[in-house]
Design a protein around this ligand. Sequence first.
Ligand SMILES: Nc1ncnc2c1ncn2[C@@H]1O[C@H](COP(=O)(O)OP(=O)(O)OP(=O)(O)O)[C@@H](O)[C@H]1O
Ligand SMILES: [Mg+2]
Length: 222
Amino acid sequence: MTNMTTSLTEKLDYIWGTYNVPDKYVNARFDNYFPSCIEQEAARKTCFNYARNSKDIFHRGKGLFLQGPVGTGKTHLAVATLRAIVENHIDSFGCMSSDLPIYGQKEYSGYTCSMISTVELLNIVRLSYSGKKQQANHLLRRARICEVIILDDIGAEKSSDWVEELLYSLIDLRYRMQRATILTSNCDLTELEASLGERIISRIFEMCSGVKLDGEDYRKKI
Ligand SMILES: Nc1ncnc2c1ncn2[C@@H]1O[C@H](COP(=O)(O)OP(=O)(O)OP(=O)(O)O)[C@@H](O)[C@H]1O
Ligand SMILES: [Mg+2]
């Protein structure tokens, strides 16, 4: 029994380390998110329930759209949700093959996840046109093929036809393949529709349950 528990913890630690979650959020969980208003309490509950029932939900490509003002915990809750999904279904999750070291580590196969900053993705793809393509290909591959991703801060980038096209091709692929996407944004769907176009927003509308955040900027409170 102890061996079993140890090997599951070992697996969780290892695969979680391959999901591209930045250090700042790597320990974000539901139990260290302290709601300070009704909206935050409700948001935490919705995310918690999503993670609890996640096997059914993410199989059908259903995700979440966390929207609200700066510093209200959207990214924290998105990571906490991803962590809970993986913990709740640890048998089903693994790491991406390209992340496997050649020597010394076990190979874990299964569903894969990634955290993707939208602004970073666009910057890296943009830079790849003038050279290093490997990093952009790697990030785009993760964004496309992982069964569950967080697409953080959509709408923060300056929009253009190119941005619209790249994000459309990503969202549309995930929509067609029924892969779950957890989005966070400061913009509501009307604002996003104005900057990214109705085809992206129509798909997000069907793919995601809305989670509205509100309250003060937690960063300023600290
Ligand atoms: N209610 C909360 N309880 C505990 N920590 C919180 C809470 N809200 C936010 N935080 C912490 O505050 C910091 C900012 O939160 P986070 O980045 O999730 O906000 P955000 O809504 O995504 O902001 P932005 O719109 O700027 O992306 C993080 O370190 C996060 O862990
Ligand atoms: Mg954020």
